[in-house]
Design a protein around this ligand. Structure first.
Ligand SMILES: [Zn+2]
Length: 282
């Protein structure tokens, strides 16, 4: 892998001490000693943008809908549509969340990098969904809510994304994020497995070009407060077991039973695999 994509320093805390917490074939996992965020070094092996698995997404549309309702319920609690009208989602996939948000009264807008996702979403939502990213050209103080679910862990410059979100949001506007969690049963077990099998390649929940960063409650509170946000809500949640089974459809029966037991145990222990954050721009 080329040195161009090496990431020695924390993107959020310039100059902070870091340590290698896990060595994997082809990359290391580093952690910032200040904010606690983890990332892969290198972040990428190339510049190619890889779209998430849209087929798997389509097979779980009923779960996506109930997940979205849970997200909407939290957003409505902290940013009700009568005082927070304009909602922008980054990485909207097929626009399901935006459709549900529009139904409860938000004025919705979306940006996504996948051409096919934009075309599917546009057939339901019209021209309020576009291909693109939230960048420095986005007009300032123009949005009430920015939502990004399971997106920021795929960004190699998440600090720039947060700065652009801060600028695009009006003062008092809110940011709603969902990402994989460091404080999860999945994370603890995969890291232990990684330590025990240093030369063997398998998924640990972090990999160059894919999930490049992993956040936890401490990391989110630290990162967001340094960037001018006040955290209003920060809690773990679990991916539905049905969704995990669809994604591992080709696995054997033992793996599928393992996924079910694992999902139940993670819920019992309160160690869900995702973290949901709502923060207000100061
Ligand atoms: Zn840091």
């Amino acid at each position: 892998m080329t040195d161009v994509f090496q990431q020695n320093d924390c993107r959020f805390c310039p100059g902070a001490k870091t340590k290698d917490v896990l060595r994997r074939p082809g990359f290391n996992v580093k952690q910032c000693m200040i904010c606690g965020v983890m990332w892969t070094d290198p972040l990428r092996s190339d510049e190619v943008f890889r779209i998430s698995d849209e087929n798997a997404y389509l097979q779980v549309s009923d779960i996506v809908s109930s997940d979205n309702l849970e997200r909407l319920r939290l957003i409505l609690k902290y940013a009700p549509q009568d005082s927070y009208n304009k909602l922008l989602e980054i990485g909207f996939m097929h626009g399901d969340f935006l459709c549900q948000a529009r139904e409860v009264g938000y004025e919705v807008h979306g940006l996504d990098l996948s051409e096919s996702a934009v075309s599917v979403a546009a057939s339901k939502l019209g021209d309020c969904v576009k291909r693109g990213t939230l960048d420095e050209t986005h007009s300032g103080n123009s949005v009430d809510i920015i939502a990004a679910f399971n997106v920021i862990e795929h960004m190699d410059a998440p600090d720039n994304f947060l700065d652009n979100a801060k600028r695009a949001l009006r003062p008092g506007g809110q940011l709603a994020l969902e990402t994989p969690s460091q404080e999860s049963l999945y994370h603890y077990i995969m890291f232990l497995r990684g330590r025990l099998n240093p030369g063997k390649e398998f998924e640990i929940g972090l990999h160059p070009n894919g999930h490049m960063f992993k956040y936890g409650k401490k990391a989110w509170k630290n990162i967001l407060s340094k960037r001018g946000f006040t955290v209003l809500h920060c809690a773990t949640r679990s991916t539905s077991i049905k969704e995990l089974l669809v994604k591992k459809k080709s696995s054997g029966i033992a793996t599928r039973i393992g996924i079910i037991l694992f999902g139940i145990l993670a819920r019992m222990l309160g160690l869900g695999n995702r973290i949901f954050v709502i923060a207000r721009s100061q």
